[in-house]
Design a protein around this ligand. Structure first.
Ligand code: BYC
Ligand code: FE
Ligand code: FE
Length: 475
């Protein structure tokens, strides 16, 4: 069998000079392609798509645009260039040289973090695999596929770490990553949100807005890592993540824009009567995907998070901004939920060691970033002169992980009884009618430059092309 050449797998990890890695990847690559054909985008595998491919880490090198058939996409392995003098800059090993190999005592912790990260990448491709048949335009169809191939590359990035640094069990984990399936009862993906259906475009935009943004913060925390190969891999992944969040943020913004136009066209401001997505429904899908994504940060108080920080393996978002990089003495205030008198729930504040609160500290950064996006959406609504504001629900609302997981609350975070919750949840989360309505709108539009009636065109196209460019050649 021919050896994988640097031509076929663009990389900056000296693949052609590393026989062991080459052999491992040569075994894994056909299984990856099998997975891609079975679980990747349904249809369109033989079509030419106008895609961006990373061909080097040099400025400009990772943004090469051309028509490519997805199975021929050059999934490569790129790390930020190594800096010789890099040291641990938080945790218990501050000032010591960053690790270039996996230290034995932290091997399991590191493998678990890499596997968890790796698992989300193919999971998202699986969740999105049927969206192509209902794309609102060729522009959006192309963006979906761009996101999909890059999530595929993110899987390669984690597989590279497993195969290069973990020996046999790393290779086994790399195979397992191709065997779990999003939403499958017997072998589900690891984290909650990655088993939820994303089967229409409103959910897709909310997913790329909120769930890919979790990716940004998790990758950012891992890019601070004292395990240098992990840090360098995550830094490069972050450059691709920006486009995924752009797809989500502008996707929702275009839905809102269209919705506002339709409101003004109708005497009763009835958006659904005109085939649009009304703002209260947008709010419900925001509530759903935002809260599912909050869960991805883990428990507010976590000994795992504390251990990872202590080991210098997972830091905070932009760790350099903080003054105290040891956090051994510091505390952090979190809420606790306890049973109060007469079956009520009482919420009180509690001080916990700062290191155990690292999941919550990261989540708070994420929330700020989400709020910035929602503010932008609200500007679009205000520009139309419409009196409506979208907002982020309370952190306590609709949670399944952490201190609020047993608590029912309204969107403002005030406790509700189980009966009240059952009776009212359809006010805040998409109900069966909403789902049915949104799905009824999902009709594909295939002419270049045309868009479905429920979404406005983008302001500009991709890579300086006009939005009426033929982003996907359908014939
Ligand atoms: N669902 O100590 P705890 C992305 C588990 S997205 C199910 O509170 P810890 C992307 C947890 O594993 C970024 N289980 O939390 C986006 C633990 O299990 P064990 C993904 C959950 O350990 C879009 C137990 O509950 N990257 O890249 O600090 C498209 C107690 O947990 C969940 C990462 O997540 C959940 N939501 O874990 C494509 C980075 N949350 O040990 C891609 C790597 C927690 O008791 N992962 N559990 O069996 C991590 O950093 C951490 O594992 C977590 C938090 C963030 C998940
Ligand atoms: Fe990713
Ligand atoms: Fe992503």
């Amino acid at each position: 069998m021919a050896h994988i050449s640097d031509e076929k797998i663009p990389n900056n990890v000296n693949l052609s000079g590393d026989r062991r890695l080459q052999r491992a990847l040569e075994k894994w690559q056909p299984k990856y392609l099998e997975w891609w054909m079975e679980m990747g985008p349904e249809g369109f595998q033989a079509n030419d798509i106008y895609l961006r491919t990373a061909v080097s880490v040099e400025p400009g090198g990772w943004a090469h645009f051309d028509y490519v058939k997805m199975p021929d996409y050059r999934w490569g392995i790129f790390l930020e260039p190594q800096r010789e003098e890099r040291v641990h800059h938080f945790g218990d090993f501050v000032g010591q040289p960053a690790w270039q190999e996996v230290p034995g005592e932290f091997r399991n912790m590191l493998r678990r973090l890499i596997v968890t990260q790796g698992d989300t990448e193919p999971a998202s491709v699986e969740q999105q695999r049927r969206l192509g048949s209902t794309a609102p335009s060729l522009y959006d169809l192309r963006n979906l596929f761009q996101v999909n191939v890059e999530e595929g590359r993110h899987l390669w990035a984690m597989v590279y770490l497993l195969q290069s640094y973990f020996g046999r069990d790393g290779r086994e984990e790399a195979e397992e990553l191709l065997l779990r399936r999003s939403g499958n009862a017997d072998r589900p993906r690891i984290l909650g949100a990655f088993n939820e259906p994303t089967n229409h475009w409103l959910s897709f935009y909310m997913f790329t807005m909120f769930t890919d943004r979790d990716g940004k913060y998790q990758l950012s925390a891992l890019s601070e890592s004292g395990f240098d190969p992990l840090s360098r891999t995550c830094k490069f992944m972050l450059t691709e993540e920006a486009h995924h969040m752009f797809v989500g943020e502008t996707g929702v913004q275009r839905v809102i824009d269209r919705s506002c136009q339709l409101m003004k066209q109708d005497a009763n401001e009835d958006v659904r009567a005109q085939g649009g997505i009304d703002l209260p429904t947008v709010q419900k899908y925001l509530n759903l995907w935002y809260t599912l994504s909050l869960d991805l940060f883990g428990g507010e108080v976590s000994s795992n998070a504390s251990d990872a920080f202590a080991a210098g393996i997972k830091g905070r978002h932009r760790e350099g901004r903080y003054e105290d990089h040891s956090c051994l003495e510091a505390t952090y205030t979190v809420e606790t939920v306890e049973n109060g008198p007469g079956g009520t729930m009482q919420i009180t504040d509690k001080e916990v060691p700062m290191r155990t609160a690292m999941n919550e500290i990261l989540r708070k950064e994420y929330i700020k970033d989400c709020q910035r996006g929602v503010d932008k959406w609200n500007k679009t609504i205000a520009k139309h002169g419409i009196n409506f504001e979208l907002r982020l629900p309370s952190e306590r609302f609709h949670r399944h992980i952490g201190i609020y997981s047993d608590l029912n609350t309204c969107i403002d975070g005030n406790p509700l009884s189980a009966e009240e919750w059952e009776a009212r949840k359809g006010e805040w989360l998409p109900n069966a009618d909403d789902e049915k309505y949104i799905k009824s709108l999902m009709q594909r539009v295939t002419k270049p430059g045309q868009f479905a009636g429920w979404i406005a065109p983008p302001l500009r196209g991709i890579n300086g092309q006009p939005f009426e460019f033929e982003y996907v050649r359908l014939s």
